[in-house]
Design a protein around this ligand. Structure first.
Ligand SMILES: [Zn+2]
Ligand SMILES: [Zn+2]
Length: 164
């Protein structure tokens, strides 16, 4: 992991790598945070993925669908980065990550009143049901937020935490 960090830092001096509690790309501060403990294969893939966001200069997205596209793009970039460093990223892991995003976005888009699947409003923080006209707010979507390990109850609490 430290070897990889060093190689990435050398190849991309414009990116700031910061030790933190988890793997995260922070567009606000232009930093890639990496978990400083418990390094396994997945952590290495996560670091490549976050670096992918950084290299693609992902800064903002207005809708959940757009976020999903950026996530897929960051994984594609991570594949290329990994290949150049002799690291192979397991495609199943990538699909798992993207699936967990899809599940999460799907749950956000369901009307809490009648469970019709709805489209996000243009401002990106509100949904409106075309069936029963309920509106609900969602927490702003974030890079690299959901993972399968989060149980579904905790997840739905997080999804609707901002509901008025
Ligand atoms: Zn509804
Ligand atoms: Zn990501």
């Amino acid at each position: 992991m430290h070897k990889l960090l060093k190689a990435l830092q050398q190849a991309h001096p414009s990116i700031q790598f910061t030790s933190g509690s988890k793997f995260l790309w922070s567009p606000e501060t232009q930093e890639v945070f990496y978990a400083s403990t418990g390094h396994n294969e997945r952590d290495i893939w996560s670091l490549l993925h976050e670096t992918g966001h950084a290299l693609l200069e992902h800064t903002s997205y207005t809708t959940d669908v757009e976020l999903l596209k950026l996530e897929a793009a960051a994984w594609a970039k991570a594949h290329g980065l990994g290949a150049s460093l002799g690291i192979k990223i397991d495609e199943n892991h990538v699909q798992d990550c993207l699936d967990s995003y899809r599940d999460w976005l799907h749950a956000r888009a369901l009307c809490p009143t009648c469970t019709t699947r709805c489209l996000q409003q243009d401002n990106g923080q509100q949904y409106r049901c075309h069936n029963c006209h309920t509106t609900w707010k969602v927490t702003p979507s974030r890079f690299c937020r959901p993972y399968r390990s989060v149980n579904s109850t905790a997840q739905s609490v997080a999804i609707f935490a901002a509901s008025a």
